[in-house]
Design a protein around this ligand. Structure first.
Ligand code: 9MG
Length: 266
């Protein structure tokens, strides 16, 4: 899953698709085309920055950023379009334009989101986040982070099924970096097999995340080697989808893992 941030302020590539204050849609299409050529099966398009401390965005602003790009990608590229949003109206309109997946870092907890997502008929990724982006990194605390994230995700699965959004449409994501310390993130990575036991595909986003900066002292642009290591470690522990800013390198890293698995299966 390649990341396309249609935002001026995302943590690692914020504003890289902006020119003279606005989103440059041709530049974004170029990025999208390159990611598909490099092997992305899914593009995740988002109009809200969820980096720690990010300012909230209005639904109208978010839709202005995302919908034109969804429309262009649907018309020009053969790829599943994921829309990274918690906004019910955007879910509905993106689905009508050809989106194929909803990625909600708030796990459909916003008012009207469960109903809107269910009505689209699309698959949904439910992510765990403790708190909101503005405050989530202020002293997060868990007794057992893997158990608590798992319980939360199970509760959200139950809410979905109660609204007619069946398990076969769901993916789960522990939400690395969303209300978690470095130690929590490492415990979650180690505990991914326990989350895989919930029986739904796991999506992970570790690419360029701040845990790499905190552990290694690397700036976002210097985090590719560690991101690749984390992608392979996550897939080895059961992740089915990897969200990445660097598709070509991630596809190569995972191809090596696949080659080894094929030999081991012989
Ligand atoms: C939008 N977004 C940013 N980080 C993410 C992550 O780790 N997982 C998912 N599902 N979405 C994310």
């Amino acid at each position: 899953m390649g990341v396309i941030n249609a935002t001026p302020d995302s943590f690692s590539d914020g504003g890289s698709l902006y020119r003279s204050g606005g989103l440059d849609i041709d530049l974004a299409m170029g990025r999208a085309r390159d990611m598909v050529a490099a092997g992305a099966a899914i593009l995740d398009i988002g109009g809200e920055s969820t980096r720690p401390g990010a300012a909230p965005v209005s639904p109208a602003q978010e839709m202005d950023r995302v919908l034109p790009l969804v429309e262009r990608v649907a018309a020009e590229l053969d790829v599943v379009i994921s829309v990274d949003t918690s906004t019910p109206q955007l879910m509905t309109e993106a689905a009508a334009l050809g989106a194929g997946l909803l990625n909600d870092v708030r796990a459909l907890t916003r008012e009207g989101a469960l109903e809107a997502a269910a009505a689209t008929g699309l698959p949904v990724c439910l992510m765990h986040m403790r708190g909101e982006p503005g405050s989530m990194q202020r002293n997060p605390h868990y007794e057992d982070v893997v158990a608590e994230v798992g319980a939360y995700l199970q509760e959200r699965v139950a809410a979905c099924t109660a609204h007619g959004l069946g398990r076969q449409r769901l993916l789960l994501d522990p939400g690395f970096g969303f209300g978690k310390t470095v130690a929590h993130n490492l415990q979650l990575l180690r505990g991914l097999p326990r989350l895989a036991e919930l029986g739904l595909p796991l999506l992970v986003g570790l690419s360029r995340k701040s845990m790499i900066g905190l552990l290694l002292g690397r700036e976002p642009g210097e985090r590719l080697p560690a991101s690749l290591a984390l992608a392979v470690l996550a897939v080895e522990r059961g992740a089915a989808v990897v969200r990445s800013h660097d598709v070509a390198a991630t596809v190569d890293a995972l191809a090596m893992w696949t080659a080894l698995k094929e030999v081991e299966a012989q």
